[in-house]
Write a protein that binds this ligand. Sequence first.
Ligand SMILES: Cc1cc2nc3c(=O)[nH]c(=O)nc-3n(C[C@H](O)[C@H](O)[C@H](O)COP(=O)(O)O)c2cc1C
Ligand SMILES: Nc1ncnc2c1ncn2[C@@H]1O[C@H](COP(=O)(O)OP(=O)(O)O)[C@@H](O)[C@H]1O
Length: 312
Amino acid sequence: MKIFNSIDDFTPGNGTVMTLGTFDGVHLGHRKIIERLLQSAHGGLETLILTFFPHPRMVLQDDNDIRLLNTIGEKCGLLAETTLDNLVIHPFDKNFSRLTAEAFVKDILVGKFNIRKIIIGYDHRFGRNRTADINDLIQFGEAYGFEVEQISPIEIDEIAISSTKIRNALLSGDIALANQYLGYEYFFSGTVVRGRQLGRTIGYPTANFHISETYKLIPAIGIYVVRSIVNGRMVYGMMSIGTNPTVGGTTQTIEVHYFDFQDDLYGADITVSICCKIRDEAHFESLELLRQKLDEDREFSLRYIASRSSGS
Ligand SMILES: Cc1cc2nc3c(=O)[nH]c(=O)nc-3n(C[C@H](O)[C@H](O)[C@H](O)COP(=O)(O)O)c2cc1C
Ligand SMILES: Nc1ncnc2c1ncn2[C@@H]1O[C@H](COP(=O)(O)OP(=O)(O)O)[C@@H](O)[C@H]1O
C-alpha cells in the first residue's frame, strides 16, 4: 500500500475506485467496506481510501476531548495489512473545509484521483457547510463519468454503531466486546518511563507507559492481561490502568509487569495488546496485601495464557 500525506502528492494511473471516511479502529464493519472496494477494482483500476488527519472535529470544533481508537500511525499499519493500493491522508484544515461540493468533485475526485467509482454512505454530506448529498454526488457522477455505489442504512448503522460501541466498551472495561468488534486485540504504543520504583520492592517491577498521542483512547481503570513483542520475543504480562490508591497515587498511570522477564525497559517503545480483563482496581490496607493480590492476578493470568495457547 502506498501512503500519500496530501491529495497533491497523489498521481493516478488508469483511474481509481475509492471511498472516504475516518475508519477509526479499522474494525470488522470497515473491513466489509474495504472488501467491496477491492472487489470493485477490475480492469486495472487502483483502490484508494481518502482519510483526513487531524480529525475534522479537532479542527472545526477545536475539540480536544475527542478520543480515537487508532492513532494515525496505527491506522496506517492496520490498513497496510489489507491489499489496498493507496491511502491518502490529507491534512484537514479550515481552508479545505471551505471547498464547495463542486470544487471537491471536479478538482479533487476527478482532477486528482481520476475516479471511476466511489463507494459512499447513503447519508454522506460533503462540501462547504456539508450542503451536498448523495443525489448531488450521483448527478456529478453522471456529468463527470463515475459510478456512485451507496452503502445502505443497515450497513452504515453497523459501522457507526460498532465504532461508538467499541469506544463505549473500552471506556467501561468490556475488552472482550471491544476485541470482538475490532476483530483484533485493542492495542496502544508508548515509551517506558521511570515511576516511583516501588514495584521492584514488592517483587513486581512494572514498566510505566507514556503515550504521546493525547487523543488515543485509554480503556477504563482496571487490571488486564496483556501481551507485547519485546526484543523480538512475545511476552505476556499483567497491566494496571489506575491511580494506585494503595501507594497514595493521584494521577493515572499505565503499568505492565511482564512474566519471565528481567530486562531494563527504560526508554523502550513498546506496543501493548490487551487480551482480557482480570478485575477492577482496589485500595489495599498495605503493600503486603497488594502483593498478595498481585500473586493471585499472576495465577489468573498464567491460567488464561495456558488456556489460550492450548486453544480451549
Ligand atoms: C497487575 C497489577 C495490578 C495492580 N493492582 C492495583 C490495585 O488494585 N490497587 C493499587 O493501588 N495499585 C495496583 N497496582 C499498582 C501498584 O500500586 C504499582 O504497580 C506500584 O505502586 C508500583 O509503582 P511504580 O511502577 O511507580 O514503582 C497494580 C499493578 C499491577 C502491575
Ligand atoms: N518483568 C518486568 N516487567 C516490567 N518491567 C521490568 C521487568 N523486569 C525488569 N523491569 C524493568 O524495571 C522497571 C520497573 O521497575 P519499578 O521498580 O516498577 O520501577 P518504576 O517505578 O520506574 O517503573 C521497568 O521499567 C523495566 O525497565
